[in-house]
Write a protein of this length. Structure first.
Length: 89
């Protein structure tokens, strides 16, 4: 499995936030430290059913948090791993 990054855009550039890949691979859940969370985080993906090859954004909003503990927020990962857009360096 390759490394996935969440992205957040601001006025000047796009920043990447690394996803905890070991937790994702085992549980199929995105585990995000609370201090990484900010409005505008998204995961770029492509829908294989669409033949246009467009990239969509799965926004990690507060209403998509399904579990929370003292240190982490948990989001469902509703994709197959080959749908996530690979990040260029």
């Amino acid at each position: 499995m390759s490394t996935y990054y969440l992205r957040v855009e601001d006025k000047y550039h796009i920043r990447k936030v690394l996803i905890d890949m070991s937790y994702l691979a085992k549980h199929k859940i995105i585990r995000l430290p609370k201090y990484y969370y900010e409005e505008g985080l998204y995961l770029p993906y492509s829908d294989k059913r669409d033949n246009d090859g467009s990239i969509k954004k799965y926004a990690l909003t507060k209403d998509k948090i399904f579990k929370e503990d003292d240190n982490f927020l948990y989001f469902k990962f509703p994709f197959k791993h080959d749908q996530v857009v690979k990040t260029a360096v």
